[in-house]
Design a protein around this ligand. Structure first.
Ligand code: FPP
Length: 215
């Protein structure tokens, strides 16, 4: 979800206003994605490297996660949506961890769609976590997948990076081995249902061969 800071700057606003707008589009976008048949929506909200930002911005983003959970906890079950927070737990406050546990437990059997909020997440940290967990045990592709944070989530078919940069920035680096990757110039707060439609339409025209050849 890149481009929040630039979206705010273009309007003469402070960076955090961009994050505020960025979080505000998630609920409608998720509803739309699930109505289109998407089953899993993973959003990169805070990376293991984002702690380097100013304490004001870091605290603001932590507060946004807290409010996002508070705003969704009452209705997530009625909407039949499962919510997971994926990433390192270290560094998050006990009260935030309690809220994360509460919403994950409450929504665990919901089936319409799954939203993964990747928070304090880094692809390399995830791979190291899996390697440590498997130390001394047999390592297979299956056991490795089972030791990742995304263990019960299928690999992404589509990865979208907004904000004009052409890099992956440590997001799902293990899982996106065969994903179709879309780099959009749109800044995240401007990302709309029609942007998602355009990506899905393009994706429907691709053939995924997973290393094989055309039949
Ligand atoms: C990158 O844009 C965005 C982030 C580091 C944070 C994304 C977070 C949200 C959309 C809100 C948090 C969401 C939840 C659910 C807690 P940037 O700040 O690097 O923008 P820039 O590249 O334009 O400066």
């Amino acid at each position: 979800m890149d481009g929040n800071g630039r979206w705010a700057k273009k309007r003469g606003l402070i960076r955090t206003k961009g994050h505020e707008k960025g979080v505000s589009i998630i609920e409608d976008l998720a509803d739309y994605a699930f109505s289109r048949g998407v089953k899993y929506l993973s959003l990169f909200a805070f990376s293991t490297e984002n702690w380097k930002r100013s304490s004001t911005e870091v605290n603001f983003l932590l507060g946004l996660l807290k409010n996002f959970i508070i705003n969704n906890i009452a209705r997530i079950k009625d909407k039949n949506i499962r919510l997971k927070v994926i990433g390192e737990r270290e560094g998050l406050s006990p009260s935030l961890l309690k809220q994360i546990d509460q919403i994950e437990t409450m929504s665990k059997d919901c089936t319409k769609g799954t939203i993964c909020i990747c928070f304090n997440y880094g692809g390399r940290a995830e791979i190291l976590h899996a390697a440590k967990e498997l130390s001394g045990k047999e390592i297979t592709e299956e056991s490795f997948k089972d030791a990742l944070y995304f263990k019960d989530i299928p690999d992404p078919e589509i990865v979208i990076r907004t904000g004009g940069e052409h890099r992956i920035s440590n997001f799902m680096i293990y899982e996106m081995a065969y994903s179709e990757i879309y780099f959009l110039n749109t800044l995240w707060p401007d990302f709309s249902n029609s942007d998602l439609d355009a990506v899905i339409a393009d994706y429907m025209g691709t053939e995924r061969r997973f290393g094989g050849v055309d039949q």
